[in-house]
Design a protein around this ligand. Structure first.
Ligand code: ADP
Ligand code: MG
Length: 394
């Protein structure tokens, strides 16, 4: 796999798949307003490296889920505009994604210039990995670079197909970092290796649990996922969220883990799914009419000790409903434990859409070894699946 520094970019048309799938809102006057721009900022290092090397940067991305063709609501134009501000340099925009007009625009671009193409998902061939679209995209480029780790688990025309028709391909700086950290986790992790899994559902993460059980010394479970396990083991879970159809699977996973799966021993419960609902800590069974919305203090203390003893830690899935500040203590406490473990020399990795939001809110983001930008992609990587967008660059 070639990295940017391995590539000769001077004067070259460098087609870069980025992840500009940013949240958009409608402003007071009906205009489109860009939400959190983390993903745009994350691409700056790769873009600047190409500019400094004298390449022409041609950026493409998907944005949202437009149905059946172009939809101005999902245009990348506002993102291109914002990028110009961040780069403090002109950024051209092409209302088309492929074709002769785009090729002309690229030809007119100076060395070091930047062009953003319109949303790849406006084209039906994108998600179908259509060969003609892949060829059309490739026709725009001398070099293809993929920097969109979050889309690497999908074999789309802009992530996989295109690589078959461009002679030179490589990874961007973001993607390089993602792959390096995640490979470290799976190849030769230092022990003790601890995984923490939480979040909404066991069903989303059965594959990950199975794969991680092959690698880790301890698997700490939190979040709503806990209650499927606890219920499966015969505990009362009150009205906590759990998955009836996954009880059997949870029981069998727990058994197979031979003591390496730990479950919460106490919980923060309330009678309603409401930040202001009166809360209390319960140990053992959860009474009828009560739902667990966070792990309890004893569980947090125990999990912390285990994390602080680890040399490698991977975390996906919040420990509770952290979106409600009164039930965020468990999640933020784990975030703090990871930060402390990192300072003691452990390798720590956090990923997942909601988990990343949680770690950002916790304020510990900068004290973690690596915060992954890929939700689904990271989970698939941890499951041991080959990511088409990564494999295509090998
Ligand atoms: P990620 O996006 O990081 O992979 P998930 O999507 O699996 O995480 O889960 C995140 C969601 O799980 C959050 O919205 C959070 O509110 C929810 N959650 C965590 N614990 C509980 C709980 N005890 N009850 C209900 N929902 C929970
Ligand atoms: Mg999620």
């Amino acid at each position: 796999m070639k990295t940017l520094s391995d590539l000769d970019l001077k004067g070259k048309r460098v087609l870069v798949r980025v992840d500009f799938n940013v949240p958009l809102h409608t402003g007071a006057n009906g205009e489109t307003v860009l939400g959190d721009d983390t993903r745009v900022r994350a691409a700056l290092s790769t873009i600047n490296a190409i500019r400094e090397a004298g390449g022409k940067t041609i950026l493409m991305s998907h944005l949202g889920r437009p149905k059946g063709g172009p939809d101005p609501q999902f245009s990348l134009q506002p993102v291109a505009h914002h990028l110009a501000t961040l780069l403090n340099a002109p950024v051209a925009f092409s209302a088309e994604t492929t074709g002769p007009a785009v090729a002309d625009q690229i030809a007119a671009l100076p060395e070091g210039g930047v062009l953003v193409l319109e949303n790849t998902r406006f084209l039906a061939g994108e998600t179908k990995n259509d060969e003609n679209l892949a060829r059309d995209l490739a026709a725009l480029a001398d070099v293809y670079v993929n920097d969109a780790f979050g889309s690497a688990h999908r074999a789309h025309a802009s992530t996989e197909g295109v690589t078959r028709f461009v002679g030179t391909t490589g990874v961007g700086l973001l993607m390089q970092r993602e792959v390096e950290y995640l490979r470290k986790l799976l190849k030769n992790p230092e022990h003790p290796f601890v995984a923490i899994l939480g979040g909404a559902k066991v069903s989303d993460k059965i594959g990950v649990i199975e794969a991680l059980l092959e690698k880790v010394d301890t698997l700490l479970i939190g979040g709503a996922m806990s209650y499927t396990f606890l219920k499966a083991l015969g505990h009362e879970v009150g009205s906590s969220k759990y998955e009836e159809d996954k009880l059997e699977e949870a029981r069998s996973l727990f058994k197979r883990a031979e003591g390496r799966i730990l479950l919460p021993v106490d919980h923060l419960v309330a009678a309603a799914f409401d930040n202001d609902a009166p809360q209390r800590v319960v140990e053992g069974g959860i009474p009828e009419g009560q739902m667990a919305l966070d792990i309890g203090p004893d569980t947090l203390a125990h999990y912390r000790t285990i994390v602080l003893n680890a040399q490698t830690v991977v975390w996906n899935g919040p420990m509770g409903v952290f979106e409600m500040p009164n039930f965020a203590r468990g999640t933020f406490g784990i975030a703090e434990a990871l930060a402390e473990a990192t300072e003691k020399g452990a390798l720590t990795v956090v990923g997942g859409g909601d988990s990343v939001a949680a770690i950002t809110q916790s304020g510990f983001e900068d004290r973690i070894s690596h915060v992954s930008t890929g939700g689904g992609a990271m989970l698939e990587f941890l499951e041991g699946h080959t990511l088409p967008g990564v494999a295509a660059l090998d």
